[in-house]
Ligand binder design. Structure first.
Ligand code: XMP
Length: 319
């Protein structure tokens, strides 16, 4: 794509001009946006960039390892992996309000990031994978003028506190354009095509209290669901698909025994930008097969339901 190749060169020049010989720190989330930003900035200024990956313990199965391996070993981008899961889970313990969860995660994220940046001896610049829709959504959301439906923590907060200048090479782009740029930069297709994943991670897919046990159950169910979606060739037709672990236990029967376990809700939507969405129309056989696998393979779930709510009136995430 020649347009994106021109954009890439233009942004590399711009980043070099802005940064000079300064040091840049980039918070890596494991998502497409911050990854593309990091690779682009690394191409521009090399090891003047250090990435920090704050692992909040709310990622999906094996996700953190994959991200760290890719950046450190494949791209040779200096990367600090901070395992802060203990602190995050401790502070989230007993919290059930969605916005409170977001606030706790946002605050801890900033504190952890800040502490690591200090250990690195500081930096003049903070890089973020902010997209054009992030800029708009942080101002107002789809609920109508000036109504905040959900507070997204990926914009704002850090720069003011840390007294750093922002480097935001994706600020003019939409998601699909970031993907084109990522391809242009040689990021693997499996990574580029990944569904968006929210900053607060599995915390907002675990309505009610969050415990390590529940997170573990959710991770297993989610991995099976995504595995079935990939195997059936539907992954790229879907904007986002994920499992939600409901704080509800139901009675079931397995063998000759009674079970009393959690309900897992499956969600999949199509969307252009996440602002509106339609529930994805799976074939019933697919859903039946997936439900059977989840119930058979995951200890702790004995019932699976499918969410047929579109946005609006629902939102994509349950919290
Ligand atoms: P909703 O649930 O508001 O989601 O329809 C729209 C898109 O935003 C993602 N999302 C978040 N992303 N921090 C994020 O970084 C958040 O707190 C958050 N809440 C929702 C969601 O996954 C979807 O892509």
């Amino acid at each position: 794509n020649w347009t994106m190749s021109a954009y890439r060169s233009k942004m590399i020049e711009k980043i070099r001009d802005q940064v000079g010989t300064g040091r840049v720190i980039c918070g890596l989330s494991g998502g497409v946006d911050s990854s593309v930003a990091a690779v682009l900035i690394h191409e521009a200024i090399g090891d003047q960039l250090t990435c920090i990956y704050v692992d909040h313990g709310l990622m999906r199965l094996n996700e953190s390892e994959q991200v760290v391996t890719m950046f450190r070993d494949q791209y040779n981008i200096p990367l600090v992996h901070v395992d802060a899961s203990e602190v995050f889970l401790r502070e989230l313990d007993g919290q059930i309000d969605p916005e409170t969860k977001r606030k706790i995660i946002g605050r801890l994220f900033i504190e952890t990031f800040e502490a690591e940046a200090k250990k690195l001896g500081g930096a003049n610049f903070l890089a973020q994978g902010t997209l054009y829709p992030d800029v708009i959504e942080s101002v107002s959301f789809t609920g109508g003028p000036s109504v905040t439906i959900k507070s997204h923590h990926n914009v704002g907060g850090l720069p003011e506190r840390m007294n750093m200048q922002l480097v935001e090479p994706l600020r003019e782009l939409f998601k699909d354009e970031v993907r084109v740029l990522g391809r242009e930069l040689g990021l693997p297709e499996s990574f580029i095509g990944r569904h968006p994943f929210p900053g607060p991670g599995l915390a907002i897919r675990c309505p009610g209290g969050i415990t390590p046990e529940k997170l573990d159950i959710l991770r297993q169910a989610d991995a099976i669901y995504l595995d079935e979606i990939r195997k059936s060739g539907q992954y790229d037709k879907i904007w986002q698909a994920f499992a939600v672990l409901l704080p509800v236990q139901t009675v079931g029967v397995m063998g000759d025994g009674r079970t009393y376990e959690f309900v897992c809700a499956l969600r999949a939507v199509t969307s252009v930008d996440g602002m509106t969405a339609d529930f994805y129309q799976f074939d019933m056989n697919f859903l039946g097969r997936t439900a059977t696998r989840i119930i058979n393979e995951v200890r702790g779930i004995n019932r699976v339901v499918y969410d047929v709510t579109s946005k609006p009136p629902g939102t994509i995430e349950w919290e």
